[in-house]
Design a binder for this molecule. Structure first.
Ligand SMILES: [Zn+2]
Ligand SMILES: [Zn+2]
Length: 387
């Protein structure tokens, strides 16, 4: 049984020595293997993963590699476990940890910065200057689980206590996996100015971040909140999450529609979540003079941008990475208060063993899939009982 030196465990929550874990082989190839259960170091805990959501970025990593970087290079054939949007139960405590207790339910954010660089010191740990430097002689203690270190498509993972968010009993496992997505939307709004009460917001692209961006903007008091996209079923969910107006960009010019819906004026903020080739040029025409645009999606190709329009109109552009400045805690607070129902973006659930099927649903949007969640609880618990 698992009992590494200096690590605290509890009799009522035994941890096995090995676990089932998916690892990335060649591009697009995932294998289910046995791996040793990882060991938490100082300021880290071992989380028993109970549920993990599939993100579009996981698909990027599995088929193309970036933005994952393992040992400074491509993530293929390195025994690397992807997956980053997970939640679970604290199962063991690393040396010195008293902030969390064994048995406590938590959800996690992805990035534990090095804690010592200029950006980490300012709370911008998703922009850590020692990003990915966590191996060999250059180990700076940086972790971005599922990106630069092992992630959540498995039964157990270690997390720095700074990446944990305690969740209430009333929040389901599935909902808890969505906290980090809502946290990314929250971070975008934080970078745009934070308090958006009474200000106008457009969200472009009704993927999970865009849809929860609508919900968070509305919970922060924005008015109106306009969602643009091309799929009516997703726009409908946007309305349910609080959008005042939705625009189907296949049926009308999105820039004109936004200006018309906002009384002939541009809006104060745009959160760009589509990654569409012309999205930046449209976003800078949706905002008013002095408006702010947050870029939360990465397009595949470089695209020309009308810089003169940005300069002439004093428009601010912000790129965001992940869920910095502890935005997950603020997103979780809204969800715990039921200020919006994030579960509206959760569409499908599969057991951990069915990851390839779950990925197919997410990738091909089978049955209008949006957020596909894997449940690990059950398989892990049964295996401990059988040992
Ligand atoms: Zn993600
Ligand atoms: Zn850092």
């Amino acid at each position: 049984m698992y009992a590494p030196p200096g690590v605290k465990t509890a009799n009522d929550m035994p941890v096995p020595d090995t676990m089932r874990a998916w690892v990335l082989g060649d591009p697009g190839e995932l294998k289910l293997i046995d791996k040793p259960v990882p060991v938490p170091k100082r300021a880290e805990v071992l989380v028993r993963i109970d549920a993990v959501a599939i993100c579009a970025t996981d698909l990027e990593i599995i088929w193309h590699g970036p933005p994952a970087s393992i040992q400074g290079g491509m993530p293929f054939n390195k025994n690397f476990t992807p997956g980053h949007e997970y939640m679970g139960t604290v199962a063991a405590l690393g040396p010195g940890v008293d902030e969390y207790r064994i048995g406590q339910r938590v959800t996690v954010e992805i990035h534990a910065g090095c804690g010592q660089c200029k950006r980490c010191r300012a709370g911008m740990y998703t922009s850590c200057h020692n990003y990915g430097l966590n191996y060999g002689d250059v180990d700076k203690g940086h972790r971005a689980n599922g990106f630069t270190t092992d992630g959540g498509f498995c039964e157990y993972q270690v997390n720095n206590i700074n990446t944990l968010v305690a969740i209430p009993d009333a929040m389901s496992d599935e909902e808890a996996t969505l906290v980090v997505t809502a946290g990314t939307a929250m971070y975008g709004l934080t970078e745009l100015g934070g308090l958006v009460a009474g200000e106008s917001v457009v969200v472009t692209g009704p993927g999970p971040i865009g849809l929860l961006g609508v919900a968070v903007a509305k919970a922060l008091g924005a008015q109106p909140v306009i969602l643009t996209g091309t799929r009516d079923n997703r726009l409908k969910i946007g309305l349910e999450l609080g959008a005042d107006h939705v625009v189907n960009a296949r049926q009308e010019d999105a820039v004109e529609a936004v200006r018309r819906l906002n009384g002939g004026k541009g809006v104060d903020y745009v959160i760009e979540c589509s990654g569409a080739p012309n999205a930046v040029n449209e976003a800078i025409r949706m905002v008013n003079r002095g408006g702010k645009v947050c870029l939360a999606a990465f397009p595949h190709e470089e695209t020309p941008v009308d810089v003169a329009h940005i300069v002439r109109n004093n428009i601010y552009l912000y790129g965001i990475r992940g869920e910095g400045k502890s935005a997950t805690h603020r997103a979780e607070a809204f969800m715990a208060q039921k200020r919006f129902d994030a579960t509206k973006v959760h569409t499908h659930t599969f057991p951990l063993e069915d990851l390839p099927t779950a990925i197919r649903y997410a990738r091909e949007r089978i049955d209008d899939a949006i957020k596909v969640v894997l449940k690990t609880r059950g398989s892990a618990a049964q295996r401990v009982a059988a040992e």
